[in-house]
Design a protein around this ligand. Structure first.
Ligand code: FES
Length: 527
C-alpha cells in the first residue's frame, strides 16, 4: 500500500469518492481526491481512498433506469457506512456531486459519527447557445418542444451539444446544488470550498484545503452528532427555501433528520419555508447559475441575508459559526443575491399540501404566478410512461389535473422524477393550463404547477389509487390543501374495492427496496 510504519500511527482519514466515468457530475473526483489526500498528508494524517457508486438523474430521466436513482442514495449511504465501519477510520472526507451522492454521504457520516468533511466537487459551467446561457433544463424542455413538433432535429441536437460544456454537477439550482447548499447550512460542508465550480482552477486548492481541514476536525473531535442538530436542520431548510431550492431537498432533509434522530416534519418544513424570503435568483426560478452565486459570495453571502431566520450560533465544520461566516460575507449584488428586506420573492415557494388525497402530505414548489386555486377533472395514468405517451398523443387537455400514480418509493419502485413528463407538458404548450399530481418526484428543473411526493403512495393504498378519470381534484396552494371532491363514504368504498397491483420488481435490489422503503413523508428511507 506504500505506507510506512509511521503512517499507521497518524490519523487515518478515509476519502470516500463517488467518482464514476459514466456521467459528468462526479467525474472530477478521482483527481480531486489526490488533492484531498495531499492536504491530509500535509496536515499530518494518512489518507485512505475508497469509491462508491453514483447514478445520474439526467442520464436516466424518462427511462426505467430512473427508478435506480433514489435507491442509489441508500446504497451510497450503506456502502460508505460499511467501509467506515470496517476500516475504523479516525475521520472521513466525502467527495460528492450528483444529486443522491450528497444526502447519501451525509446519511453515512451521521451513522458513522466520525469527524467528517463533506466536500461538493462542484457545479458545471453553464453552456451557451446562440449567445444565451443554457443548462440541462433547456435541453429537457427542447425535448418536449421537439416531440410537439415546435423545433427540429438540428436545433435539439445543437442545444444538446452546447448545454453541458464539461465536468461537474448540473449548474442550475436543481437538486445537486440545492443539497450542496443544504450541506453548508448543516455545517458539514467547508463553506467557500464546495461552491468553487468543478472546472475552476481553484478547485484543486479547495480540495487540498478540505483535506487539511479534515485532520483538524479529527484533532477537534468534531462529529456530525454535534453539527446535525435540530437547529442545523432548520437552518438547512431555511437555506433550501431561501435559495428557491428543489423539492427533492425536502425529501433528503427528512431522510437526514431520520438518520440523525432529529424531529423534522413536513409541517415544520412548510412553516420554515413560509417565513423564509427567496434572496437568490437562481435558475429555474431565477436567472443565474451556481458559478454566479459563488462569485457573489456563495453560501456565506446567502447566510448573511437569511441570518434573521437562522440559528447563527450553529457551528460549521471549520469551527466558525454561521453568523461568523455571514459577517465575513459580501453584501448582496442585487442581481444574483437580493437583500432580505427586498427579496426576489416572499416566503412560501415550497409548500406542503394535505387533504383527503394526501393525508400524510404532498409537496409543491411555486414559481409565484400560478393561480391559488386550481380545480379540474382528473386525467389518470398508472405510470410515467403511459402519461408521457398520453401527453404526446394529445390526450391531455387544458384545464385537466393529470394524475400519475404507482410511481412512489415502493410502487415505482424508486420514486422516479417526472421531468420527462413535466417537460413534455411544457413542451406541448400546456405548462400554464394543466397541473400534475403524483406520488413520484420532480426534478429541480421542473416548471409548472406540479404536486409531488403525495403520501401515502398509491401502491400502499393511498387515496391516489382510487381516483378515476373525470373526478374533480382541487389544489389550493393558499389553504395548502389537495382534495378529491368525493364524499368520505365514496372514497372509503372505492378503497375497500381496491386491490394492490402486482409488484413491478420481484427480484434484486429494486424488490428489496420496494419492501423496505418508508413513506416519502418521512424521507423514503429504508428500514
Ligand atoms: Fe448529476 Fe444533475 S444529473 S448533478
Amino acid at each position: 500500500m506504500g505506507l510506512t510504519e509511521a503512517d499507521w500511527s497518524k490519523p487515518l482519514i478515509g476519502i470516500a469518492t463517488t467518482w464514476t466515468g459514466t456521467m459528468p457530475c462526479n467525474m472530477g473526483q478521482r483527481d480531486l481526491a489526490q488533492h484531498v489526500a495531499a492536504g491530509i498528508r500535509a496536515a499530518g494524517g494518512t489518507p485512505l481512498e475508497f469509491n462508491t457508486i453514483a447514478i445520474s438523474d439526467n442520464l436516466t430521466m424518462g427511462t426505467p433506469g430512473m427508478r435506480a436513482s433514489l435507491v442509489s442514495r441508500e446504497v451510497i449511504a450503506d456502502s460508505i457506512e460499511l467501509v467506515g465501519r470496517s476500516q475504523r477510520f479516525d475521520g472521513l472526507v466525502c467527495l460528492v456531486g450528483c444529486d443522491k451522492t450528497v444526502p447519501g454521504a451525509v446519511m453515512a457520516a451521521i451513522r458513522l459519527d466520525l469527524p467528517t468533511v463533506v466536500l461538493y466537487s462542484g457545479a458545471m459551467a453553464p453552456g451557451r447557445y446562440h449567445g444565451r446561457q443554457v443548462t440541462i433544463q433547456d435541453v429537457w424542455e427542447a425535448v418536449g418542444a421537439h416531440e410537439a413538433g415546435r423545433i427540429g432535429d438540428e436545433e435539439l441536437a445543437a442545444l444538446e451539444r452546447d448545454a453541458c460544456p464539461g465536468i461537474g454537477a448540473c449548474t442550475g439550482h436543481f437538486t445537486a446544488n440545492t443539497m450542496a447548499t443544504a450541506v453548508d447550512f448543516l455545517g458539514l460542508g467547508p463553506i467557500g470550498l464546495g461552491s468553487v465550480t468543478a472546472t475552476d482552477p481553484e478547485k484543486p486548492a479547495a480540495a487540498e484545503a478540505a483535506g487539511r481541514l479534515a485532520v483538524d476536525v479529527v484533532a477537534r473531535d468534531l462529529r456530525p452528532s454535534a453539527l446535525v442538530t435540530e437547529a442545523a436542520l432548520a437552518n438547512a431548510v431555511t437555506g433550501v427555501a431561501g435559495t428557491g431550492g428543489s423539492t427533492n431537498g425536502v425529501l433528503h432533509l427528512l431522510a437526514i433528520a431520520e438518520e440523525a434522530g432529529v424531529p423534522l416534519t413536513l409541517d415544520t418544513i412548510d412553516a420554515i419555508a413560509r417565513r423564509t424570503p427567496v434572496v437568490a435568483s437562481l435558475t429555474p426560478g431565477g436567472k443565474y447559475v451556481a458559478g454566479d452565486l459563488h462569485c457573489a459570495g456563495g453560501t456565506a453571502a446567502v447566510m448573511k441575508q437569511l441570518l434573521p431566520w437562522l440559528d447563527g450560533d450553529a457551528l460549521t465544520v471549520d469551527g466558525r459559526t454561521l453568523a461568523e461566516h455571514a459577517a465575513a460575507a459580501p453584501d448582496p449584488d442585487g442581481e444574483v443575491l437580493a437583500p432580505h428586506d427586498a427579496p426576489f420573492k416572499p416566503g412560501g415557494a415550497l409548500r406542503v399540501l394535505r387533504g383527503n388525497l394526501a393525508p400524510e402530505g404532498a409537496v409543491v414548489k411555486l414559481a409565484g404566478h400560478e393561480p391559488h386555486v386550481l380545480s379540474g377533472p382528473a386525467r389518470v395514468f398508472d405510470s410515467e410512461a403511459d402519461c408521457k405517451a398520453g401527453v404526446y398523443d394529445g390526450l391531455v387537455q387544458p384545464g385537466e389535473i393529470v394524475v400519475v400514480r404507482y410511481e412512489g418509493p415502493s410502487g415505482a419502485p424508486g420514486m422516479p422524477e417526472m421531468l420527462g413528463i413535466t417537460s413534455a407538458i411544457v413542451g406541448a404548450g400546456l405548462g400554464e393550463s394543466v397541473a400534475l399530481v403524483t406520488d413520484g418526484r420532480f426534478s429541480g428543473a421542473t416548471r409548472g404547477l406540479m404536486v409531488g411526493h403525495v403520501a401515502p403512495e398509491a401502491a400502499r393504498g393511498g387515496p391516489l389509487a382510487i381516483v378515476e378519470d373525470g373526478d374533480t381534484i382541487t389544489i389550493d396552494t393558499e389553504a395548502r390543501t389537495l382534495q378529491l371532491d368525493l364524499s368520505a363514504e365514496l372514497i372509503a368504498a372505492r378503497l375497500a374495492g381496491w386491490t394492490p397491483p402486482e409488484p413491478r420488481a420481484t427480484s434484486g435490489v429494486l424488490a428489496k427496496y420496494a419492501r423496505s422503503v418508508s413513506s416519502a413523508a418521512t424521507g423514503a428511507v429504508t428500514r
